[in-house]
Design a protein around this ligand. Structure first.
Ligand SMILES: *Cc1c(COP(=O)(O)O)cnc(C)c1O
Length: 450
């Protein structure tokens, strides 16, 4: 039988995270304090993050050692498998070799525990008793709930009201891991009470839930806040994906010509891509790196590269990134994890400097790709990942056209077992493909403060 799996044992779990910042051939622009517009310092982040996380956010160390307790917790599911998609290759009739790294074997079914575990660990180490966070559909909330449960912290999750009511399974999962879950807006915070006073029936938003989680952390000495994407330390924690994939590709006896990932805030993409970008910059390799996003939230492909707020309420430090404007409300596409107006500052800079190329796809063709993947490879992918699968299939068909034996690696960052309603909507023909005109983007971007 031809090999499809390239297994590693626990000893191969990386001993360090890779920080791409010192290897970048350009400087990064610092976050700014929203009030003074001066570079934000550690003091701006101290009320919400522990010291070690703040240090990692700004460090220029190329490698940061992974604490043994974090590696032991990673060993519950890491190393994750790398597969060769031989059946998909055959169905496409392509000479390309398609590989995928599968992060869906984690406790919450996605890559997010890779950062939830170290964030819980450093908070516990600094005497924090409880972590607060927001969650939309529940992927990040369930990952942080698992990590807090595993390391002995309490966890409070503000879950956007509409998901709380309509998507009970992730909520039940969080509660099973021991978290307390509140529908947001709630009457537990000033931010929530203000929204409810204006609209008692408010269905909530990620922006409101962030404001509630941050306020809860700031007002309680024993609590801090945790964020699941966008920030430098989060992307760095995710590099275990790419470091393992490098070793597994070596076992496969191949090296990728192209690496593909989907981008919401950029964390799973950075996680798989940064170690390969290091090899491009330092190891003489020449791998194409492709970031894929939804056409209905086209941050990297149609956004502006400017300073903007991270949240809708315009309270976070301002970051230099590709953005559609913090007031941009993407249409209700089913890939909830990709509905963010901004993007990681590092991923944004890599796209701006031409080291990473970006593509956007509407949701119907991506679900078509996801269904083809499920029927050939067996794994039912999260709607977010179907964007990476669609790009991979297109690249494999381009290779077929050109008669080239390209090696393509993509990150299958989560399974879609909690997203079956989206597949149902797709199969019933109820998904709408939206694209924004330049005028609509211009209007949203005009809201960004100069
Ligand atoms: C959260 C999530 C995303 C989007 O977040 P990134 O930080 O861009 O990775 C994508 N896919 C899945 C499965 C997610 O859970």
């Amino acid at each position: 039988m031809e090999p499809r799996k390239f297994p590693l044992d626990e000893k191969a779990i990386p001993e360090s995270w890779y920080n791409i910042v010192p290897d970048l051939p350009f400087g990064l622009e610092p976050p700014l304090n929203p009030a003074t517009r001066e570079p934000a310092g550690p003091g701006d982040f101290a009320p919400i993050f522990p010291e070690e996380i703040i240090r990692q956010e700004v460090t220029t160390d190329r490698y940061v050692p992974i604490p043994e307790e974090v590696r032991e917790t990673y060993a519950l599911w890491r190393p994750t498998p790398l597969f060769r998609a031989r059946r998909l290759e055959k169905a496409l009739g392509t000479p390309a070799h398609i590989y995928y790294k599968y992060e869906g074997t984690s406790p919450s079914g996605s890559h997010k525990p890779n950062t939830a575990v170290p964030q819980a660990f450093y908070n516990k180490q600094e005497g924090v008793r409880r972590l607060t966070t927001e969650t939309g559909a529940g992927q990040w909330g369930s990952s942080l709930s698992f990590a807090c449960g595993a390391l002995g912290l309490e966890c409070t999750v503000y879950m956007v009201r509409v998901s709380y009511d309509q998507k009970p399974y992730r909520r039940i999962m969080m509660q099973t891991y021991g978290a307390t879950v509140h529908a947001s807006p709630s009457d537990l915070t000033q931010a929530g009470r203000d929204v409810l006073a204006a609209d008692p029936e408010s269905s909530g938003s990620l922006g409101i839930a962030i404001s509630e989680a941050v306020e809860d952390a700031v007002k309680h000495d024993d609590a801090k806040y945790a964020l699941g994407s966008v920030l430098n330390h989060v992307l760095m924690h995710q590099t275990v994906i790419g470091e393992e994939a490098l070793k597994q590709m070596e076992l496969a006896g191949e090296y990728p010509d192209v690496v593909v990932g989907c981008v919401g805030g950029g964390s799973n993409f950075g996680g798989v891509a940064f170690p390969f970008i290091r090899e491009n910059l330092k190891g003489g390799k020449d791998t194409r790196i492709v970031a894929v996003e939804p056409a209905s939230c086209p941050t990297l492909t149609k956004g502006r590269y400017v300073y903007d707020f991270g949240d809708t309420a315009a309270t976070t430090p301002m970051m230099k990134m590709y953005t559609l404007g913090h007031s941009f409300v993407p249409s209700g596409i089913h890939a909830g994890g990709l509905r963010y107006h901004g993007d990681s500052p590092i991923v944004s800079a890599l796209v701006h400097e031409g080291l990473v190329e970006a593509r956007a796809y509407p949701q119907n063709p991506t679900f078509e790709a996801g269904v083809m993947f499920a029927r050939t490879e067996g794994i039912l992918p999260a709607p977010e990942v179907t964007h990476a699968i669609k790009a991979t299939i297109d690249l494999a068909l381009e290779a077929k056209e050109a008669g080239e034996e390209k090696v393509i690696l993509f990150n299958l960052c989560g399974h879609g077992h909690f997203d079956l309603a989206a597949y149902e909507a797709y199969m019933a023909g109820r998904l709408v493909d939206l694209e924004y005109s330049e005028e609509e983007i211009d209007r949203a971007v005009a809201q960004i403060p100069g």
